[in-house]
Design a protein around this ligand. Structure first.
Ligand SMILES: N[C@@H](Cc1ccc(O)cc1)C(=O)O
Length: 347
């Protein structure tokens, strides 16, 4: 299965830069002697702490789609339960609790969004392994407190939990960390076990800040089943100026609502970042990205690479109609411009 994953990532490797041998080898040392059975699944989780996913989430969504191209069944978990607990990863202060009603509506909208993207991908790339979108509330609602402590919490060692970056970072702060947040990795670890036993899931993908949660899951599944499951983190995409992808001046570019802001955002990708984005955010084969980049470099004013990026990603997220809408809106505003560069720099 790692081979399959490597194949799916060999394309993006040059662009991924950091998701290369080091991370894959770290995982490979854990590979069990007996290869996992066929029809494996891979999963990634999304907590419904906001009403919509944003463009940064496309990194892990694309990782799932790349895995699908290699024959794995992707599972997207929406964290109806974990969203209530609150993941401390990558945060220096405690997350504000999201109201239950909001969590429910956020979860429903994120499920919709993921299903739409997966459906569009199927349309664009043709049939492949099934994709599942599930809410972890569906299994957590039946777990009682005593069962949680006696069956789930018991194998975890406090010392290794304290050593996690997400915890140690916060222990020195005045506010400290709530017990709920401290226990978060147990929830994510149990999700992995659940998906492993119920859906033959052997791989978890997450953003760079998910390393601690993912390794907790690998460890937990190994203790419970003896199986060596794997995890891979996908580094955040930062622009050459060091900004996080999709966070311009602190504003996220959302994946729901009008397709226009996403399309415009992608059109404005800098020449230094556009090849990386094509590799990581689209399912285009690497050779095709190379050809696009060669053509782009000979005539950068054509904005060819940015246009292709905006087209591919907008079609994936909003479908063919969404793409037409964004293109029409752009033309209506700017006409049939020849130099997008000067126009976009005015936006
Ligand atoms: N903790 C992840 C979301 C997640 C939720 C449940 C899982 O099983 C896995 C991942 C995040 O905040 O990004």
């Amino acid at each position: 299965m790692l081979k399959a994953f490597r194949r799916s990532y060999s394309s993006a490797e040059a662009a991924l830069g950091r998701l290369t041998d080091r991370q894959l080898l770290q995982q490979a040392t854990r590979v069990s002697a007996s290869p996992p059975p066929r029809d494996c699944a891979v999963y990634c989780g999304f907590d419904p702490t906001a009403a919509s996913l944003h463009v940064g989430h496309l990194l892990t969504i694309s990782a799932l789609l790349h895995c699908r191209q290699s024959g794995l069944h992707p599972i997207a978990v929406v964290g109806g339960a974990t969203g209530r607990v609150g993941d401390p990863s990558g945060r220096v202060t405690e997350r504000e609790e999201v109201e239950r009603d909001n969590l429910r509506t956020n979860a429903a909208s994120i499920i919709d969004c993921l299903e739409r993207i997966f459906h569009n991908d199927q349309k664009m790339r043709g049939a492949g392994p099934d994709i599942r979108v599930v809410d972890n509330w569906s299994w957590w609602k039946d777990v009682g407190a005593v069962e949680f402590v006696s069956d789930i919490a018991r194998p975890f060692r406090v010392a290794s939990m304290l050593a996690k970056e997400s915890v140690s970072q916060r222990m020195s702060s005045e506010e400290g960390m709530s017990c709920a947040e401290f226990l978060y990795p147990l929830f994510q670890a149990f999700d992995f076990l659940h998906l492993h036993t119920k859906h033959n899931c052997w791989l978890q993908v997450g953003g760079g800040d998910q390393w601690g949660n993912i390794t907790s899951g690998c460890e937990f599944v190994r203790k419970k089943t003896g199986h060596l499951v794997h995890g891979v983190t996908v580094p955040l995409l930062t622009t050459s100026s060091g900004d996080k992808l999709g966070k311009t001046a602190g504003n996220a570019v959302w994946l729901t609502g009008s397709s226009y802001p996403l399309y415009q955002f992608l059109l404005q990708t800098g020449d230094h970042d556009v090849a990386t984005c094509l590799h990581r955010l689209t399912s285009l084969p690497p050779e095709e990205v190379d050809v696009i980049m060669q053509q782009h470099t000979t005539a950068p004013e054509s904005f060819l690479a940015q246009k292709r990026l905006a087209e591919e990603v907008t079609r994936l997220v909003h479908g063919a109609e969404g793409l037409t809408h964004a293109e029409t809106a752009t033309k209506a505003l700017f006409g049939d411009h020849h130099s997008l560069r000067s126009l976009t720099s005015e936006l």
